[in-house]
Design a protein around this ligand. Structure first.
Ligand code: PMP
Length: 303
């Protein structure tokens, strides 16, 4: 098991900075029993001038609020106060390159009734790219993503991740690196913890919104495509459309941008180094550390 904290680690708990080893949570919490909590996955980076920068901080804390309100959880924090608390937390834990995990959770309540208060914890730790840094062998999952008629699928709710865990474990049990899940209609949706893009003839395609988590990295990739004049389309497509395409990648805060070698053992046609997707991966790496597209310029010729 990974080491998320030690005796010195501090976390942020309802306005206070407390030792992780001494922090308490209520075992009668509705969140613990029913998976009824919402969370975020955020990264901070040491930028090229040595400062700590939380990437897309406002976007993440805004989504946390949207997630909480979608689940009828009271939410009274401002993005500004949570961002300030997170920077203070990073400093106290002497971390610059970190993964940041805020969780909003419910009080003791064994009923299904709405609560009048919520609690928040923010944890920070060092984390390597979630899916590693090697090209991935991906398996199309036998699990579908939760049906938006049964869940608020745009919310980052803890309960949804039972589905992610099942899909990811199935893929690994079958000798693959990660799963790719379809939506309830059989179209490609997303990975267990990342959105998906594929590439064909210099164009990128990604799942249209509706049945997926609207990823902040996905939105960043779309922005990068606009800046770099890379054609990109949001649409619904099947896994067969991806088979034998030129390339594909997962993207997410934890995973960053990570290429795929194959889907269901069908390799992607171009070597990763020759794909447009690779230039996006490099541009993303530059953006998070606030480096102005040095590498991108070499490859694309874009000024
Ligand atoms: N889909 C799912 C199911 C996820 O868990 C994540 C990670 N939060 C993403 C997509 C990517 O979202 P983001 O880029 O905002 O991290």
């Amino acid at each position: 098991m990974a080491n998320y904290y030690n005796e010195h680690t501090i976390l942020y708990l309802n306005g206070a900075f407390v030792k992780a080893s001494e922090a308490k949570m209520d075992f009668y919490s509705q969140s613990f029993h029913y998976g009824y909590s919402v969370f975020e996955g955020i990264r901070s980076y040491r930028n090229i001038t040595g400062e700590t920068r939380i990437f897309k901080a406002e976007e993440h804390f805004e989504r946390l609020k949207v997630s909480a309100e979608s689940l009828n959880m009271p939410y009274h924090w401002s993005a500004a106060e949570l961002i300030e608390a997170t920077y203070a937390l990073l400093l106290q834990n002497k971390l610059q390159d970190a993964y940041i995990r805020p969780v909003v959770y419910a009080p003791a309540n064994m009923s299904f009734n709405q609560n009048t208060e919520s609690f928040i914890v923010i944890e920070v730790w060092e984390m390597a790219p979630f899916l590693g840094d090697k090209l991935l062998r991906v398996m199309s999952s036998s699990f579908q993503r939760p049906n938006p008629k049964g869940f608020k699928i745009h919310a980052k709710a803890a309960g949804h991740y039972v589905n992610s865990i099942l899909a990811s474990q199935e893929a690994k049990a079958n000798g693959f690196d990660e799963a790719l899940l379809s939506d309830m209609n059989g179209n490609v949706a997303e990975g267990p913890g990342a959105n998906v893009f594929y590439e064909k003839d210099g164009r990128l395609y990604t799942t249209a919104l509706g049945n997926i988590l609207p990823g902040i990295t996905r939105a960043t990739v779309l922005e990068l495509c606009a800046e770099m004049n890379i054609p990109v389309e949001e649409k619904l497509f099947t896994k067969e459309a991806m088979y034998g395409a030129d390339g594909a990648f997962f993207c997410g805060t934890a995973a960053e941008v990570i290429g795929m070698e194959s889907l269901d053992d069908k390799p992607f046609a171009l070597p990763w180094e020759k794909t447009v997707s690779r230039t996006i991966q490099l541009a993303y790496k530059d953006l998070v550390v606030e480096r102005k597209n040095v590498v991108v310029n070499e490859i694309t010729g874009v000024e």
